[in-house]
Design a protein. Structure first.
Ligand SMILES: [Mg+2]
Ligand SMILES: [Zn+2]
Length: 175
């Protein structure tokens, strides 16, 4: 149980364009391409004692591009792939909604779709997180806005190798 564990800093990571390439609504593990250095970056976060959380907008569900079950299935696949490389993600949160979705079941202006901070706030409430030293990494301004709305610093990933981007951030957090 998360509640029984000691508080730790947390890294909130966007998924598409940060951990896996954003080819346009990625959902099929057979077609997923990891961002270079993603596993190494996650392993470094794990070893530094951070909770690693993924917060991802998945409006492809609302758009009817893939079933909602494909989202947790992909996340399970990601963690299996990472386990083989000594890394893991502690929790995933996704938003399947869109305010103009063709599928009525997912058509809503929700509090979880970034730039709203709902997914981050849910994780902050349900895990023992030390806010000081926690941060968000995303590849869009909506990620930065969600971080700011949750009271966390956001770092905009410009692409390239994720470990090359993240390791200096981690080093800067250490004293
Ligand atoms: Mg993204
Ligand atoms: Zn939502």
């Amino acid at each position: 149980m998360a509640e029984a564990q000691a508080p730790r800093r947390a890294a909130f990571l966007d998924r598409d364009g940060v951990l896996i390439e954003d080819d346009g609504y990625p959902h099929d593990p057979a077609l997923v391409r990891w961002v270079p250095g993603a596993a190494a970056a996650l392993r470094a976060l794990n070893q530094a004692g951070y909770w690693v959380f993924v917060v991802t907008n998945q409006s492809g569900v609302a758009r009817g591009l893939y079933p909602e079950a494909a989202v947790p299935a992909l996340h399970g696949w990601m963690n299996a792939q990472l386990a083989a490389q000594g890394a893991h993600i502690d929790a995933f949160e996704y938003c399947p909604h869109h305010p103009e979705a063709p599928l009525p079941a997912f058509r809503q202006a929700c509090a979880c779709r970034k730039p709203a901070p709902g997914m981050l706030l849910k994780l902050l409430q349900s895990w023992p997180v030390l806010r000081a030293g926690s941060f968000m990494v995303g590849d869009r301004e909506s990620d930065m806005a969600a971080a700011a709305a949750a009271g966390l610093p956001g770092h905009l990933f410009p692409g390239g190798a994720l470990d090359g981007f993240l390791l200096p951030l981690l080093a800067a957090q250490k004293r």
